[in-house]
Design a protein around this ligand. Structure first.
Ligand SMILES: NC(=O)c1ccc[n+]([C@@H]2O[C@H](COP(=O)([O-])OP(=O)(O)OC[C@H]3O[C@@H](n4cnc5c(N)ncnc54)[C@H](O)[C@@H]3O)[C@@H](O)[C@H]2O)c1
Length: 380
């Protein structure tokens, strides 16, 4: 395990009620034992992960420490978990993926800590993608009215987005992230090599958020996406480190300025109003979040071009970059009116008028009020 030099601290605004997140970047094989078992601790700890991550070769020593039989965790039912104990440490494993992001899974975590007789000084540690980090932090926010939480992020999406910024929660019924709280992690450990074992589908999904960050804030990174496509797709180590640390820092900067999304944090929703609507209309899980966001960014560029907000050239350049990574940038396979209707229902849309994030040039972003007719023009 090699800690890189660019660890940093995300300080939250004074009036936010939160203190800070210490963020550490590592290159080389992920080493959970090195991070959490190289020194003795008296603190009780609840580790939470999913059964795919627990089965990764690089985590073998970690699960062995808890005597986990991998056969035992191959098929964990929804709303259930497997719990293991060793000394003051407890490991709670749930199934993998969005369908496990339920309030019952969150309560399984709380129950594991209660059954271990943990008090308010314990620590919750999420090892996983956005599903695990969102739920573990939410469980930590509730357990005995709030205990500390730390993250080890293991997906591209969690590294560049979900693990930074304090939004936590779970789904409810068919509604995504309907229950939750703001509750940032005290520490975030980022091993960029975790990304190498992700399926191509999950990698490409997370990459869309990284491309979004480049459009919003980072000209150099955008050039890299344009000129180093093959290396990006091959998950070249140096490129991964650059992308992940660049995106994590950019998100941290925005969160520092605007934790509760009263202003500039809304820029992070570039592509999301269109994208969430397509995800909802296609059926949850039919397209990945990243595919939705990439398609949504292409729609936002079209909107900008058609309404004279940005140049033809700027819009086309953005669309070309997205298309070069294989995202659908054209018309969706579902009726435009249904997408428009879903956009109106987006939980981030507070008024009757749909607000869109658009760009008028490189790294220049604004929020506009869009009319139904103009939205339909870019959907048809
Ligand atoms: N809190 C936020 O600000 C925020 C922001 C964006 C997204 N999110 C949430 O994040 C979730 C999506 O996150 P995600 O894409 O990380 O999903 P995820 O946590 O479900 O992980 C995706 C899949 O990859 C597997 N996986 C994880 N790490 C792996 C690894 N290193 N190697 C191989 N497989 C691995 C998981 O088991 C899972 O099957 C959504 O629920 C979304 O709402 C939250």
């Amino acid at each position: 395990m090699k800690k890189t030099n660019d660890s940093f601290t995300l300080e939250f605004a004074k009036d936010s009620g939160f203190d800070r997140t210490e963020i550490y970047f590592y290159s080389g094989t992920p080493d959970l034992m090195g991070v959490y078992f190289s020194e003795d601790t008296k603190q009780n700890r609840l580790f939470v992960t999913d059964n795919t991550i627990a089965a990764l070769e690089c985590n073998r020593d970690f699960v062995r420490h808890f005597n986990v039989d991998l056969g035992d965790i191959s098929d964990i039912k929804i709303n259930e978990s497997k719990v293991y104990r060793n000394g003051g440490d407890t490991l709670c494993i749930i199934g993998s993926g969005e369908k496990y992001k339920t309030i019952e899974s969150v309560l399984e975590m709380v129950k594991a800590a209660l059954d271990s007789n943990f008090n308010r000084n314990c620590l919750f540690i999420a090892i996983g993608g956005g599903v695990i980090t969102d739920m573990t932090a939410f469980a930590a926010s509730m357990f005995k009215r709030g205990v500390d939480v730390e993250f080890v992020s293991t997906t591209m999406l969690a590294d560049v987005d979900a693990a930074v910024g304090g939004k936590t929660g779970c789904d409810f019924g068919n509604y995504k992230n309907m229950i939750g709280a703001f509750y940032p992690a005290k520490k975030l450990h980022v091993f960029s090599d975790f990304v190498k074992s992700l399926s191509q589908k999950e990698y490409i999904s997370g990459l869309a958020e990284a491309i979004k960050t480049a459009f919003l804030f980072d000209k150099e990174m955008l050039e890299l996406f344009k000129n180093e496509r093959d290396k990006v797709l091959a998950r070249d180590s140096e490129i991964l480190n650059r992308l992940i640390s660049g995106c994590t820092k950019a998100k941290a900067k925005i969160v520092h300025e605007d934790l509760k999304e009263k202003g500039s944090r809304a820029f992070l929703n570039l592509g999301h109003t269109f994208g969430h609507a397509l995800e909802a209309v296609s059926g949850l899980g039919e397209i990945t979040h990243g595919e939705g966001v990439a398609w949504g960014m292409a729609r936002a560029f079209e909107y900008g071009r058609k309404n004279g907000l940005c140049s033809d050239e700027y819009a086309q350049n953005g669309i070309n970059i997205l298309a070069s990574y294989g995202y659908n940038v054209g018309k969706a396979n579902v009726p435009a009116e249904k997408i428009l209707d879903a956009m109106r229902k987006d939980k981030k849309n507070m008024s009757s008028v749909i607000k869109l994030i658009v760009q008028d040039g490189p790294q220049s972003t604004k929020i506009i009020e869009a009319t139904d007719e103009k939205i339909l023009e870019v959907l048809r």
